[in-house]
Design a protein around this ligand. Structure first.
Ligand SMILES: Nc1ncnc2c1ncn2[C@@H]1O[C@H](COP(=O)(O)OP(=O)(O)OP(=O)(O)O)[C@@H](O)[C@H]1O
Ligand SMILES: [Mg+2]
Length: 337
């Protein structure tokens, strides 16, 4: 058995066919994957040992992001989107960004929700803090919890909500995107405004986008909106990397009882029907809300928790899909009607 023949746990293709770099001598194995996977050290060591039939291999996991659709030194732009508002896009976007950072990637987060920006709050950026301006026209993104962030909330001067018209909104956003000194990034995660209307469509077309993640809650009505999202991205040729089901199950703080408040496995069913990967199912948990709304999202606040592992698994899965798409033709099947 060769390391090259090992099936990648997310893509179910061999590392050899995916173009992973492998160096091995004796018990020492060094691999370079196309997605960041520092959190998989123990698991992969065990699986690879079993696969190779060699006890106690010493595994080094490296990462090199293949440039996908991005711009400048930003290798991959990924949109986090939802058809319906309030399903947890922003919470998911920030935790995915922090999870990718924890796994070893260089990450930026752009809050494209010009109507209700929330990343300033979720990243704990002090109210009123402004990005530095370089050379009179470039913004230096704000560093928070190890990632680079930009949000419309860093630009406005008071708390009054802005009234944007469509073209103005996408113009402002394009300006933030293009005039920010992102530097070298493996992934730029974009927290999109809710919906699948013109604004979302325009935003998706303004920037080179490598893929989109769709966040949904399990109830039918949200799922219909998730479908609309998938259709919208198909129209503009943006691969849907996967669906993330949020608030999928609630565990009672007192008795530990699990209840499916919004129905069971809805996101999972949609993912299966459409042949789109299900990246994860996040529970409805008080801690997720309190930590994100308090400026210290779960992946940072409780890095070793089961919930953080769910986010990290979803983040690795998502990044692996980008790698897979770069080495093969993406296959996204639409429902036949
Ligand atoms: N899994 C979860 N468990 C508990 N609370 C959550 C969860 N996900 C999100 N929330 C909370 O639900 C609220 C809405 O989440 P969030 O702001 O992320 O949604 P959104 O889709 O970005 O909303 P909008 O459409 O307004 O941008 C927030 O208070 C957030 O903390
Ligand atoms: Mg939001």
């Amino acid at each position: 058995m060769k390391v090259e023949d090992f099936l990648d746990p997310y893509l179910r293709q061999t590392w050899g066919s995916l173009g992973a770099r492998v160096l091995s001598s004796g018990k020492h194995v060094s691999i370079t994957l196309g997605y960041p996977a520092q959190g998989m050290q123990a698991k992969l060591t065990e699986q690879l040992s079993a696969f190779l039939g060699v006890d106690d291999i010493e595994l080094d996991i490296g990462f090199s992001a293949t440039p996908g659709r991005g711009f400048g030194q930003v290798k991959n732009v990924v949109l986090v989107s939802s058809g319906k508002g309030g399903v947890g896009k922003s919470t998911t976007a920030v935790n995915l960004a922090l999870a990718l950072d924890a796994e070893g990637a260089k990450v930026g987060l752009l809050d494209a929700d010009i109507y209700g920006p929330s990343q300033g709050m979720m990243l704990g950026v002090a109210e009123g803090r402004r990005p530095d301006i370089k050379d009179g026209k470039f913004f230096d993104p704000i560093r928070a919890h190890g990632i680079k962030a930009m949000s419309m909330s860093f630009m406005i001067t008071d708390k009054t909500p802005m009234v944007w018209r469509g073209p103005m909104a996408s113009g402002a956003l394009q300006q933030i995107l293009g005039q920010t000194l992102w530097g070298d990034l493996d992934y730029l995660i974009v927290d999109m405004p809710p919906g699948t209307g013109d604004i979302q469509l325009t935003l998706s077309q303004k920037a080179p986008v490598a893929g989109a993640v769709i966040v949904t809650t399990p109830q039918d009505i949200a799922l219909l909106d998730a479908l609309k999202g998938i259709e919208m991205f198909a129209k503009v040729d943006i691969p849907v990397l996967g669906i993330l089901e949020n608030m999928s199950v609630h565990q009672c703080d007192n008795c530990g009882h699990l209840s499916h408040l919004f129905g069971e496995d809805g996101g999972k069913r949609v993912a299966e029907d459409l042949g789109v990967p299900l990246l994860g199912q996040l529970p409805l948990a008080m801690s997720i809300r309190q930590q994100a709304d308090g400026g210290n999202p779960t992946v940072k606040a409780e890095p070793d928790s089961a919930i953080s592992e769910l986010y990290r698994d979803a983040a690795r899965n998502m990044a692996a899909r980008l790698w897979g798409n770069q080495t093969s033709t993406p296959t996204i099947s639409m429902v036949d009607d």
